[in-house]
Design a protein around this ligand. Structure first.
Ligand code: SF4
Ligand code: SF4
Length: 264
């Protein structure tokens, strides 16, 4: 399949997710109007455009794979799309709902629902890349509107966009944000988190909670030791790593290590 560079077709699909990443597209405002002149949107349920079987040049998928239907659907979308882009933490790492992977999912379903036999759910929540080949991953919870426009713009030129791999700390320094950990002793996941958000949270005086996922070459052990130095308990440290991107291996390993420790 060849991409139509004159006016590429685009689909936005949703799997298990909160719709926040689709809202990041809707929040483009005026830029969305320009976007619709440059591309033809075939499927985007949040915007009321429906043709989920359309063959397209660029498909964005929000959400993780957590039902048998999604498992089959992602393979179909892969066949129908020239570029397939995982959009947001759910699609890139399984999302907050991947916490079920560390527990007995079926026991939860049995305990919560009066008629669990009607629930068609997998016992795991996994990223798209566990199931099909992905051309690009946009991390973040949610992704930023800028990531979407930068991606479409690059693809209009026939290339994939350049993804930043610095840590959030580097973005903090560049934006002259004051380090919340050094100045106020607040825990911050910036030293192990990929940037791309421009250090959004520290700029507003709060610690990063790692929504953009693990950075390249992170040192989670050193950060966990620093958290201990701040007086955090083992369970608090564990929860910092086992949060939105709990299924990312580097976060999962250290998060589980601390969850197995007893609080003193
Ligand atoms: S990545 Fe975050 S904002 Fe996007 S759909 Fe998942 S939970 Fe919602
Ligand atoms: S600072 Fe951290 S939590 Fe905040 S938007 Fe950036 S990556 Fe996400």
């Amino acid at each position: 399949m060849k991409i139509n560079h004159n006016r590429p077709t685009v689909a936005v699909h949703k799997f298990t997710s909160c719709d926040g990443c689709q809202l990041a597209i809707l929040n483009l405002g005026e830029a969305l109007l320009t976007l619709t002149e440059l591309v033809e949107i075939k499927q985007f349920a949040e915007a009321g455009i429906l043709d989920e079987h359309a063959t397209v040049d660029i498909a964005f998928i929000e959400g993780s794979i957590s039902t048998p239907r999604e498992m089959a659907q992602v393979k179909k979308i892969r066949e129908q799309s020239h570029y397939l882009i995982a959009m947001g933490a759910c699609a890139t790492s399984g999302g907050i709902q991947a916490l079920r992977n560390m527990s007995d999912g079926q026991a939860w379903i049995d305990a919560i629902y009066a008629s669990p036999q009607h629930i068609e759910s997998l016992t795991t929540s996994t990223p798209l890349s566990d199931h099909v080949r992905i051309d690009l991953e946009l991390w973040g919870c949610p992704v930023s509107s800028h990531q979407i426009t930068a991606t479409v713009r690059a693809l209009l030129f026939g290339v994939l966009p350049k993804i930043e791999h610095d840590k959030v700390c580097m973005a903090c320094k560049r934006s002259q944000a004051v380090c919340v950990m050094v100045s106020r002793g607040e825990p911050c996941m910036g030293p192990v988190t990929n940037t791309g958000c421009g250090a959004l949270c520290p700029q507003f005086g709060r610690g990063c909670y790692a929504c953009y996922g693990p950075a390249e070459n992170p040192n989670p052990n050193a950060l966990a030791s620093r958290f201990e130095g701040l007086g955090m308990s083992a369970s608090e440290i564990s929860r910092n790593f086992l949060f939105i991107n709990n299924n990312a291996p580097v976060f999962q390993t250290i998060g589980q290590k601390y969850s197995e420790r007893r609080d003193e």
